[in-house]
Design a protein around this ligand. Sequence first.
Ligand code: IPE
Ligand code: MG
Length: 229
Amino acid sequence: MDGNGRWAKERGLKRIDGHKKGAERISDVLEGAMECGIKYITLYAFSSENWNRPKTEVDALMKLLAGAVEKYGSKLIQNKVRFLTIGDLSALPPKTRQKIEALKQSTKDFSALTLVMALNYGSRDEMARAVSSIAQDAIDGRINPKSISWETISQKLDTAGVPDPDFLIRTSGEMRLSNYLMMQAAYAELYFTRTYWPDFTKEEFIRAIDEYKMRERRYGLTADQIRNK
Ligand code: IPE
Ligand code: MG
């Protein structure tokens, strides 16, 4: 969800106004996802590097996050959306964390759609935590280092139990992954649009999904192999 700051600047507004407008767009993509029959959607809301932004912006984002969990929580329950997070929540303000945990708990049995929020998330941080946990398992004799496979690692990532993304959208014209789902997106189809996140409507989301449907996914095979399957 990129481009909130530039969206605001172009309108002579404050960066936080862009973040507020951006938060409103979340319901658009959730509606779009439900209409398209998508089962999992992950939103990169706050990265492990975003803490380095000016304190006023970080504080405002934290406040917005707490408010959004409160505001959209009942909407998620109404629509039977399961709420999950990835990232290290231990660094979030305790009250926000409590609200997040409560929402996870009250939506845990829903399966219509799963919304995963990446909060204080970064692939490198996630990998470091996973490796640390695997190393501890090895020391404690729960795992044989020779038997470690991608499966072992993926079960230790924050995304354990969540399927790998098929499609990755980045708004605002930036063409990079910025430490987002680096391993999980190994075979994801990438989609970049110049549209700033606050302008990314449900219609545009559905257009992106329509483009995804045209892509041929080969997973290292040849086009002939895929077509003759
Ligand atoms: C993305 O918008 C939202 C967050 C990282 C929270 P930006 O804040 O990165 O917007 P730009 O890139 O400055 O336009
Ligand atoms: Mg940005």
